[in-house]
Design a protein around this ligand. Sequence first.
Ligand code: F6R
Length: 606
Amino acid sequence: MCGIIGFTGYLDVKNVLLEGLEALEYRGYDSAGIAFFEQDGIKTIKTTGKVSNLIDKVEKNGNNSTCGIGHTRWATHGGVSDTNSHPHTFGNVTLIHNGIIENYHELETELAKQGKYPVSQTDTEIAAMLIDSLYHGDPMDTIKKAMSQLEGAYAFCILFADQPDVIYCLRNGSPLVACQSKEGSVIASDMVALIKYSKEYFVLPELHIAKLTKDNIEVTNFDGEIVIPQKLYVKWDMSAARKGGYEHFMLKEIHEQPSSLRSTIMPRIVNGSLPDLSGDGIPDTIFDDINRVIITACGTAMHAGLVGRVLIEKLIRIPVTVEIASEFRYQDPIMDENTLVITISQSGETADTLAALRLSNENKAKTVSIVNVKGSSIARESNYVLYTHAGPEIAVASTKAYTAQLSCIYLLALQFAKAKKAISDTECTSFIHHLQQVIPAVEKTLFLEKELDEISSHLKETQDLFFIGRGIDYPLSCEGSIKLKEISYIHSEAYAAGELKHGTLSLIIEGIPVIALATQANVYSKMISNIREVRARGAMVILVTNGDIALDSSIFDYHIALPELDDMFTPFTTAVVLQLLAYYTTLHRGYNVDQPRNLAKSVTVE
Ligand code: F6R
């Protein structure tokens, strides 16, 4: 969602802010703005549309300002307009904000009693008005008072007109990371905007305040005590956050999968035959009294969870439910200390998943999260974390994070099965062997790219499309469907193939594309019957199989043969095919692959 960057130091701040906003563009936004100190006060420039529009508005020469804040806005309260864009100024206060102020209406009513009215329709401007109304020259005291009145999730960077070259920041729920470098002090909503300055950074703890001056970042808690946040390091560098010769981040990230899988899987295998999560600090004892598992996540991460359900139930024979995180806490879920709750999140900041985790912690469930972003809220608040080492994922459509999440679920399920003595040593060795085989198989699947590009060209004019599959192919159908629709804007639905004839078959008409996943031997003949049902009604069938098996050519138009794997491991290769289909279909339709409309990379509001 919204991107935040703040800088005070020894560089021209306009360049720093604009570069930072460009780095944050991937998060999804609809307007952008910056504010910086000049000799005669704070200057603000903002506009709807892309950061490039903002760059056109910013004078290249002018004063060499060295302190300011920048923002990309993803509209929640108030439409997309220059006025609603951030930064917002009221009196002495200029600020940018990520999150939602839930009680803004009550605050607005109170401020109106003092004769103060906003010019925008945003909750953010109300926060600026509140802070200004509380300000009498002491920023820290003012911020603390404001925090006690603001409800909701937020991250703010604030400039006070009479405190030149200082940025005050606070957070509650929405992420902020900061670093100190020889060029100055930098704060941002994510690491991608900081990496240029330092690989060492820290996460601003919740309900803490950071005061950024040129040579120092001072962090204090609500009681005013100085706190030294834990230092974190990223292994990747600027080149990992750039396109590296690929036309789009999504394509680059699809191609990074062999390497991201290697980094996620290999360090967690000992002697080539055993899972080992001790490096992650996950002891076998956590599985001791577990009698049920709940997996909760959103979107693609939830689809990884659906695969996890099949796997855990098969290996361990205990019940697993997968819950959409945005529904979870409103369902009065049943859980206790014998429940293992697995939350999955690339960003580690998804508001609904975080809320589901907090509820699970309150109910004393054992919580393990599978997260990509180090030090993120979900990682910090879980009892245990299994990091995916996928590196930065920039494209809005999740690809390498998804397969890395799958690999963590496979490892976790195996460790769990071993701890419960649900599998023999031989089965464990064989599982590890098959998991390692996934890496070269994904490499080989990438060679299908040209073929998938060609097949996708036939989907260019499509309005509706179906994905069908049985068993573990059903969650993959869900994933294929979300991937395609989110970037190509083709309406698609995922169906368990046996369910089609209970209603949906009426939508199958001449020429409608059906992507049929038939990778599972135990339901293969049933799947073929379902394919015949759609074929008989004129569907254009794109068939995906595990290996190049003999087929009746009358049942498909296009056949994609995956490199052969043990059936339980095909989700990895199937996912790559579905990602490439979505990618190339979108290209053929001429849409922006990396930044689809209305979507944001990290969904930090409910
Ligand atoms: C789809 C996609 C989203 C995310 C979802 C959860 O390609 O990326 O569906 O999977 O918003 O995000 P995280 O994993 O950051 O919690």
